[in-house]
Design a binder for this molecule. Sequence first.
Ligand SMILES: [Zn+2]
Length: 320
Amino acid sequence: MPEKLAIGIDFGGTKILAGVVNLETGRLVGTGKKKTRYPHEQDDLIKRIIAVIDEALAESGTDIKQISGIGIGAAGMVNRQKGIILNAVNLGLTELPLVEPLSSYYGLPCKLGNDVEVATLGELHFGAGRNCDHFICIFVGTGIGSGIVINSKLYHGASGTAGEVGHMVLVPYGRTCGCGGMGCLETYASRTAIAKYIVQEIARGADSQVREKIDPNKGILRSKSIQHAIETKDELVVRAVTDAARFMGIGLANIVNMLNPKKIILGGGLVEAVDYYFQTAQHEAKTKSLKIASKKLEIVKAELGDYAGIVGASLLVKND
Ligand SMILES: [Zn+2]
């Protein structure tokens, strides 16, 4: 039996990754990579994606005739039916058609999903969600997003926006959020929230070893720097991460009470790099949710690492 192969594309703000993936095993047969590059001309962008796909095909020694379809996971809001990216703020793009140009160029079925959705699909088939019919995947990084799996299927909601846990309101009239709301979970529990708090406290005179590593204008602090500061017990960073993780845990407790999942799978750069954040959020979630709902609940880390986006995207071809 020949391998059942598909192409998965992880289309992000900084890089485009493509891979030829074995749909039965999740094994990556070959990969390609290019920077997304600014400014984005639509045609130029499609050409770049095609170049990345061709690179992955060449590396894997696969002919396009062996490929059953192309799946794309993109950051931002997408219209799955029309196959367009609606509004990817961090890409500076609106209304970008991806499915039609790629599908007609290769003569293959092509599907589009968002990055969180495809990462959840990856965990469902080949990661921490294997053999689990009810779970939530939550990814923490610059923002917070989630994928909801009910009866082994992704739940999209009435207009396709289900899973926006980052905008669960935890503090009435709290911190201002990029969504236009106030007091959203991601303004307290994301890596961006941690960095902003640290910048603010340093401006008020607090000291921290990450002072040199943080960009005060953009408020960017890498997860690795946060982990290093935790290891050396940097007081300000420990406080910032503790607060953020507690908010995350309370958000998780709300989800547990609402959906009663078997598992919560936590992923993303911050969770991978900073175990203290994971442990604190886990403890908070277990102690703040209804006992009966959390009794058998497992809170675990995502298993698919850097290539989760590619493998998950390829699965869009399989899942309709
Ligand atoms: Zn919000």
